[in-house]
Design a protein around this ligand. Sequence first.
Ligand code: C2E
Length: 392
Amino acid sequence: MKNRIKLSKIAKALVNDEFVFFYQPIVSLFTGKICGAESLIRWKGPDGSIIPPDVFIPVAEETSFIAEITQQMLPKVVEDLTALNRIDDSLCVSFNVSAKDFADDEFLDTLFASTSGKLIKRENLCIEITETAFFPSDGSTQKILREIDAQGISIILNDFSAGHTTFSTLTQLPLTAIKVALDVTQRAPLSKMDFRLFRHLVNLAHQLDLDIIAEGVEDEETHSIILATGCTHAQGYYYARPMPLPDFIRLVNKEPAWSEYPFGLEYLAQFDLVDFRRDVIRASLMICAHPEKEIRERILARLPELDSQKCLFGKWLENIRYLNLGDEDYDQLWMEHEEFHNIANSLLNKAWAGESLDEIKNIMVEFSNKSKKMMSLIQDLEIQKLKRYFIL
Ligand code: C2E
């Protein structure tokens, strides 16, 4: 059995400023490029030895030392992020926070003080929390997270599906992304059921308009499989191991890419189209059947985003724009999507205004035809991309 590290050693390391960060790249699966990194603490001994966090973080977490480590490391991560954003102002860095940090009165002050006046966009700093942070479950953590969110700092739920996170947590917290636990990612290629589980987690995140990061991608096969599910981000030894900041900067400057067309995201867009059509048609019919204002308002509140720029499909179109510059099918899809939303709004307005069922039916036919046209355009785009990427 390993010797447990002594607290006095951690205290000495804090005084001697021996904790440093390594950075592990996070890859955007929209672009195949590095879009940020997770900061991972290391203890650099005076002899140059590097001690991993599992040796000292669990011990520190049992005491107030974890709060002291966080206090010391937060300004460092912001300083490193500032250096990274000088190279590319879209790069993000995430920082792990322990449950005990939330009980520390100084945590929020340090967080906000270290980010104020810095040349970074606050959303480029992400706080990674794990479900253990939700104890005690008196709502105090939620309050702190809302304050962090109000300051524009992003929040990632780490190790999702590893423990006891309830699905309802996902709608109760101001999250930007969920990170799938390493073993869930690594099992995805191993069996049909594991693959489906992974795909459903991706779907769940997508429905809630959250990014989803697969942690622990170690090989090309896993990369390709998670890409096919529509997962938005990935991290793991396949792309790169955690490394000191100067190495990470060198890597970013080399602009490595793990490119392949994000087909999975395209399949999700097809589902979004089907869902949107179904939800709008159903809502119009329900509005026709329910003259009561309160019921109608609840029906509208459950509808997906009606603004073409903000709906899931519109966000997908925007995200893949750079991959399709000058592509006529893409431009046409863009126009059809605008019209699709105009028809949806007109359908709902006419239903609300109590137009005749014949009139409503005519617009529904127009709406359905538009959705068929869009589906056909998406699939044409897909075939073009398949040809380009797999040289059919
Ligand atoms: P985590 O936040 O889940 O970090 C991911 C861990 O998975 C890292 O281990 C990383 O090196 C490892 N990893 C990444 N890709 C792969 C892969 O493809 N295969 C395998 N087998 N492993 C991979 P690391 O750096 O040892 O960190 C372990 C844990 O220590 C972290 O888990 C986090 O909970 C904690 N930790 C790290 N830095 C900090 C920190 O600054 N503060 C706090 N409170 N905890 C930290």
